[in-house]
Design a protein around this ligand. Structure first.
Ligand code: ADP
Length: 263
């Protein structure tokens, strides 16, 4: 019946939300636990002087976890998420240490930030979790090491692009492109990768929620997420977030845009 269907849809939405929060919370806790473990080991080795860095890393992760629970509270009160003008270059730079620790030492991290990058309008905490999730996926795809590249640019999605990709408005976007040199995905995996709960990882390691949350976040932000992948070569995820035009837009907002290739 219709009521049962509605109830089932509601339960699915709740499951998706709580699973998503648990997933992000777990990622952040991994950062706290990792830093505390390093602190403990340095103290045991009589190198207490080095712990300051790890303490500040633990505080950063704990603050992100707190922000996540605030978001959950906001959601349960049905408040809209909190979009703000965001400087993606600064946001990516602020995550550099966290990302390095997340991917480990045998994966190289390169961050390429475009000069004159526009500001974008989105929820910065959601963008942070998206980038953390993408980096964890990249790490999992490169067990033997490799390279993770995060690149920002101004991008123009024209009407031909919008016509081919579903649900995209033509216009100006800030693009954040995350690429790895990992295993890549088969066609079948690529087609399902954005589905909630779709995972190829062993039980306990994957929730299948990372990419579906990223998809939801870009849609909610009036943006767009696009996946490129080739088995054996690697994967690229491009997040397009709308350009911010409003008050306080930074004066560097006068730069030329890059035309994006057809999807
Ligand atoms: P999870 O990482 O928990 O499995 P995701 O929604 O983030 O959930 O990803 C879904 C699936 O997409 C993964 O299980 C994996 O098969 C594939 N995938 C995601 N990112 C990558 C990547 N960077 N390289 C290869 N495969 C990936």
């Amino acid at each position: 019946t219709e009521a049962a269907l509605r109830q089932a849809q509601k339960m699915e939405a709740v499951g998706q939300l709580t699973g998503g929060i648990a997933h992000d919370f777990n990622n952040l806790l991994t950062g706290v636990i990792g830093s505390l473990d390093l602190i403990q080991r340095r103290i045991a080795a009589g190198r207490a002087g080095e712990v300051e860095r790890f303490v500040s890393a633990a505080i950063t992760s704990a603050n992100r976890a707190a922000a996540l629970t605030h978001r959950l509270l906001a959601f349960s009160r049905r408040q809209p998420l909190d979009p703000k003008p965001v400087n993606a270059n600064r946001l990516v730079a602020s995550m550099e240490d966290l990302l390095r620790r997340t991917i480990g030492e045998n994966i190289e991290l390169e961050i390429v930030t475009a000069g004159g990058l526009w500001q974008t309008l989105c929820d910065p905490h959601q963008l942070e979790s998206a980038l953390l999730n993408l980096s964890i996926n990249a790490r999992d795809a490169m067990p033997g090491g490799g390279k993770l590249t995060i690149e920002t640019c101004n991008a123009h999605l024209d009407s031909a692009y919008a016509a081919r990709a579903r649900d995209v408005r033509p216009g100006q976007y800030v693009c954040i492109c995350v690429s790895d040199t990992g295993t890549g995905m088969t066609r079948e995996v690529m087609e399902r990768a954005f589905e909630p709960f779709f995972t190829t990882k062993p039980i306990g390691q994957g929730t299948g929620l990372g990419l579906s949350m990223i998809y939801g976040f870009t849609r909610q932000s009036d943006g767009h997420a696009k996946l490129y992948s080739e088995p054996g070569r690697g994967t690229t995820v491009k997040l397009y977030l709308p350009r911010y035009y409003g008050e306080g837009a930074e004066p560097e907002d006068m730069q030329p845009t890059r035309e994006e290739p057809q999807p």
